[in-house]
Design a protein around this ligand. Structure first.
Ligand code: PRP
Ligand code: URA
Length: 209
């Protein structure tokens, strides 16, 4: 079974609280998403493989640890997942970025795919799938299905707020995928929105409502 990490760091909790507030502006919401992605990404990348290389300092030759290759892919689930890309790229600037386009059908709440473009060598890469919200889990499960169908194997999922229902669905469908969450909320409401949540992440990120 996959591991679930819920962040208890005060900086992350504070920033998530600001994002939840109705009167937080689109500009602030976007900046907070970038900052939280960076803080979460720092921990989520903890197990990236290192290799020993020999370098020369001004004093002498020495052996140091450096990241082994640059085989990382960040894959946002469109569109709200885009809010996490810049923060992750600040940590791993040479990562490739793939995109999976999904939206939830407003009536059935089922994910509908409209776009998928991944790095060619996706099977070699350590993949970070990012999306602020894990509600029913339908979007995350479908996005990871597409990535696996195209050869991706080494996958981590990162989100801002998760409902217990979404965590359970994702763990059941993809027990090999570890999940990093900034905040675990209470439940879903009758419209499959997270309670207390932050509303519609895509609309709040792009000011479309
Ligand atoms: C939101 C969110 C997730 C999905 C989560 O996207 O960004 O992708 O809902 O819900 P689920 O776990 O029940 O699938 P939405 O469908 O609103 O699309 P958008 O990002 O284009 O706004
Ligand atoms: N998608 C969102 O953007 N917010 C929710 O609470 C659930 C799904």
């Amino acid at each position: 079974m996959s591991k679930v990490y819920v962040f208890d760091h005060p900086l992350i909790q504070h920033k998530v609280a600001l994002m939840r507030q109705t009167n937080t502006s689109v500009k602030d919401f976007r900046e907070l998403a970038r900052e939280i992605a960076l803080l979460m990404g720092f921990e989520a990348t903890r197990n990236l493989p290192l290799e020993e290389v020999e370098i020369e300092t001004p004093i002498c030759k020495t052996k140091v640890n450096m990241l082994k290759g640059e085989d990382i892919a960040i894959i946002p689930i469109l569109r709200a997942g885009l809010g996490f890309v810049d923060g992750m790229l600040e940590l791993v600037p040479n990562a490739k970025v793939g995109h999976v386009g999904l939206y939830r059908d407003p009536d059935t709440h089922e994910p509908v795919e409209y776009y998928c473009k991944l790095p060619k060598d996706i099977e070699k890469r350590q993949i970070f799938v990012v999306d602020p919200m894990l509600a029913t889990g339908g979007s995350a499960v479908a996005a990871i299905d597409f990535i696996k169908q195209r050869g991706g194997t080494n996958i981590t999922f990162m989100c801002l707020i998760a409902a217990p229902e979404g965590i359970e669905a994702l763990q059941k469908a993809h027990p090999d995928v570890d999940i990093y969450i900034a905040a675990k909320d209470e439940r879903l409401n009758e419209n499959a929105y997270i309670v207390p949540g932050l509303g519609d992440a895509g609309d709040r990120l792009y000011g479309t409502k």
